[in-house]
Design a protein around this ligand. Sequence first.
Ligand SMILES: [Zn+2]
Length: 414
Amino acid sequence: MLRIFLVALHIATVASPSYAAGVAPIPAPLPPSGPVVILTGQALDGHGGILENARISVAGGKITSLSAASDGQVIDLSEYTVMPGWIDTHVHLSSYFNKKGRIATTDDPPMEAALGMAAAAWDTLMAGFTTVQTVGELTERPLRDAIRDRGLPGPRVLTSLDWIEVDPETSPDELQAIVRERKSQGADLVKIRASSSQRVGAKPILTEAQLRILCDEVRAVGLRPMVHAYRSQVATAARAGCHQIEHATYATEKELRVAVDAGLFISPQVGLVVQNYIENQDRYLGEGNYTVEGMQTMERDMHYDFEICKLAAHLANAKLVFSTDATAGAHGKNAEEFIGRVKYCEQSPAAALLSAHKVAAESLEMDDELGRLAPGYQADIIALDGNPLEDITAVRRVVFVMRGGIVYKWSGVR
Ligand SMILES: [Zn+2]
């Protein structure tokens, strides 16, 4: 229904009178030209370093200095732990609970879908996540654009739009055409489903040759291929030259090692997504593949999710990147994944945080502008009440959020 509406909207736009042609879009709201000076006590630089008493100067949406003079507007965060805004490389902002309290369906009114996404974006930003990749729906493009161009509050959004799901009979030409379609639709990355859902067996659904064609084509059009893979498909995706693997559950150590050695980013989830499904299962059951059996499988196999994460965390050179797979009910709770990483995955708090800073920025190939407190980087800055290196639950207490130099949250209440 929503897609039909969007198609109709597109046709209406194309058919609008010619006097509208050539009018420039309304410019995006600008951050303060500055300078704003943020006083800090202890700050994590996003690359594993700790800064003491840095004075972060922000102007034009970017960090300009870490040792600023205190002229200009001053924000005193010296009581808190300051760090770069977090990056969640896998969320579903188009997933929301509708007015009936149920998971979104394609029968929901378009307005409800739009506002559901906007609320998900707001919740995510308020939780300290200043950049996300949302990977699943064509409708995520207008959300991305409205945040980027129109000042809608939310994290910086990258999107795959619809993910690619084909069958073993799909021809090479068809595979390449689908990738080029995503590119022309404005995708920032491409999400490929190499395995079926965990709820229906996590079985392989395309061949290595197909995966290679897809990942090669994604690279050829200048994008990054993210692959949803379980079991032996983890090694298959690595051999096929893909970029990032989601979930990876049920893979053997040998299969995981193939992906690590090939330099792929590995993205298991342990702290939020399944717990949220179970907690809210009455809101999900009966829609799509959300069955009682599927929910039971996810709960029963959570220990396999923990095992693969633990395995990856202990493999030398593994690029364990932060992601939650957040769907309705989980937006704004993304930081629970840090706690899960420490509790179930045996990562140190420092390593867990690094996975949402440096490692995540590298996975986005945006490590020259995101995930670090350093001059020239985006002024995406958050502060926590407490020290997460000593008590990881401090990630739940985000008191300050600045994205691109604009302050969206400053509660300062202890
Ligand atoms: Zn997902």
